[in-house]
Design a protein around this ligand. Structure first.
Ligand code: NAD
Length: 502
């Protein structure tokens, strides 16, 4: 066993952060119900922490079932008229939302970086993708048509109508707070539904900012936001009899809890859960390009990404050369606070408990005698920073290579045959995304078909577009975000049959 102590990374900091400089455009912190901010039914609050400074930057309401019920009541009323609008009228509202976000993009970027510690470049990309999501769904919703009518029984004409499902409950995670909310809000509203949304208790600020800016500019009650914990607000959303469908992006455990509760009222469920994306590097691949791809896609958002390129499977004949390229690439990553420069690429872990979990995974890897090729340690606080880490020569089935770490940690395993690569890549409880690196055109067509993942990239990783679906298989959940498939998921079909005989 060799363990390389790098001492290569330090946390770059800025003399003042935006929160203490008082330039953070914080939103109101009530619940947003029926177009206005209202106080919660309890007097309890949840502190919101900047993970790069560990300072409390705001406190939001700890919502209760009573708050959810009030939001659902507003959503039920609002949905009746919203669901009766034409696709064009709904598209106009979605385009307005996109314009409002664009006009206020700096406020969203500042809030998102302060609440998650994410670098400026990531926050900018999040807001750009959020705007594009609303614009795409505005256009896409106008293209939907039902199957043309026809006579399938003598003297009976069938028409198939596409309808909204009603009120949709949405529960979002902390890693891309605004963007994950947009991936739900845009198609759900586009399909004519109304929403009761619970943001992560750790990162509610950008969603509340969106509510503040939309108040009075979109119909009251079509988008309601209730802040609070999963076990109270999330639980009530999952069980409420007037909610027709609940959509969650989050961990497998939360997805299981939501699905179990939703089953009692036979609610539809849409789950985007965790991932552990394999990156399969064949011997003929452009190894430099593959290493650069992992540098970007494995460490984007400090690896706190469900599609992160975190588990490399490389052919044994090129493993050493690939790992050298990867370590060199990772060594150039800049760790720091968001205000410390636009070249910062790695921010902190979201919270102290998550920071402790990632540290524990690294300690276990050390105890198991794994080779830490670069990084491997926590960095000095304040802030929950972890060094960008590559662990090489990882044996098949190692805990760190099979469980979601959700940090800046990439593992490297080797394989000797193509069949072994496919089998090992598929040996995962997750099925969200994977990538294949090869110049062989036959492999680039054949291997993706054999991989059990909802997205498979060839010579790329983590490239997304609104036109194409995102979602998993197996433990990564079911249902699709983005694309026309999301609109399909958030609507229902109705068959009307007219007897015109006699
Ligand atoms: P999390 O599961 O802890 O929380 C997600 C949301 O679920 C939060 O709003 C939380 O309050 C709520 N929640 C928790 N328990 C609940 C319960 N019992 N009932 C109802 N709601 C409950 O996840 P997280 O830590 O915020 O986010 C990270 C996870 O999200 C990772 O596993 C990641 O892979 C996954 N994720 C998946 C995708 C995807 O597209 N598949 C995208 C982003 C994140």
């Amino acid at each position: 066993m060799t363990t390389t102590q790098t001492e290569q990374f330090t946390v770059r900091r800025s003399s003042t952060d935006h929160a203490s400089a008082g330039i953070l455009p914080l939103p109101p912190t009530g619940h947003f119900i029926n177009g206005s901010f209202v106080p919660g039914s309890s007097n309890q609050v949840i502190d919101v922490v900047d993970p790069s400074t560990e300072q409390v930057i705001a406190s939001v309401q700890a919502g209760t079932a009573v708050d959810v019920d009030a939001a659902v009541e507003a959503a039920v009323v609002a949905q009746k008229s919203w669901g009766a609008t034409t696709p064009k009228e709904r598209a106009d509202v979605l385009n307005l939302i996109a314009n409002i976000i664009e006009e206020n993009r700096q406020a969203f970027e500042l809030i998102e970086s302060a609440n998650t510690g994410k670098p400026q470049a990531v926050a900018e990309d999040d807001v750009t993708s959020t705007i594009d999501t609303f614009r795409f769904m505005a256009g896409a919703s106008r293209t939907l048509t039902s199957m043309a009518g026809g006579d399938y029984a003598t003297d009976h004409t069938s028409v198939i109508l596409r309808e909204p499902v009603g009120v949709v409950g949405v529960i979002t995670p902390w890693n891309y707070p605004l963007l994950m909310a947009a991936w739900k809000i845009a198609p759900i509203l586009a399909a004519g539904n109304s929403i009761v949304l619970k943001p992560s208790e750790q990162t509610p600020l950008s969603t509340l900012k969106l509510a503040e800016l939309l108040a009075g500019r979109i119909p009251d009650g079509i988008l309601n936001v209730v802040t609070g914990q999963g076990r109270t607000v999330g639980q009530r959303i999952s069980e409420h009899p007037s909610i027709a469908l609940v959509a969650l992006t989050g961990s497998v455990v939360s997805g299981q809890a939501v699905a179990e509760t939703a089953a009692k009222s036979v609610k539809r469920v849409h789950l985007e859960l965790g991932g552990k994306a394999p990156v399969v590097v064949f011997p003929d691949a452009d190894l430099r390009a593959a290493a650069a791809g992992v540098r970007n896609a494995g460490f984007w958002n400090a690896g706190q990404d469900c599609g992160a390129a975190c588990r490399v499977l490389v052919h044994e004949s090129v493993a050493e050369e690939f790992t050298e390229h990867l370590v060199r690439e990772v060594g150039t990553l800049v760790v720091g606070a968001p205000e410390a420069g636009d070249d910062v690429e790695i921010g902190p872990m979201i919270s102290r408990p998550h920071f402790e979990r990632v540290k524990e995974a690294l300690a276990e890897a050390r105890t198991a005698g794994l080779h830490i090729a670069i990084g491997g340690s926590a960095l000095e606080g304040p802030g929950y920073f972890i060094e960008p880490t590559v662990i090489s020569n990882v044996p098949a089935g190692a805990h760190i290579a099979t469980h979601e770490i959700f940090g800046p940690v990439v593992t490297v395993e080797t394989f000797s045959t193509t069949e072994e690569a496919v089998t090992r890549a598929n040996e995962s409880p997750y099925g969200l995304s994977a990538s294949v690196w090869t110049k062989d055109s036959s492999l680039s067509l054949r291997i993706p078909k054999q991989l059990d993942f909802g997205t498979v990239w060839v010579n790329a990783h983590l490239v997304l577009a609104c036109e194409v679906p995102w979602g998993g298989f197996k433990g990564s959940g079911y249902g699709r975000d983005l694309s026309l498939y999301a609109l399909d998921d958030y609507s229902r079909t109705k068959h009307v049959m007219i007897n015109h005989g006699a």
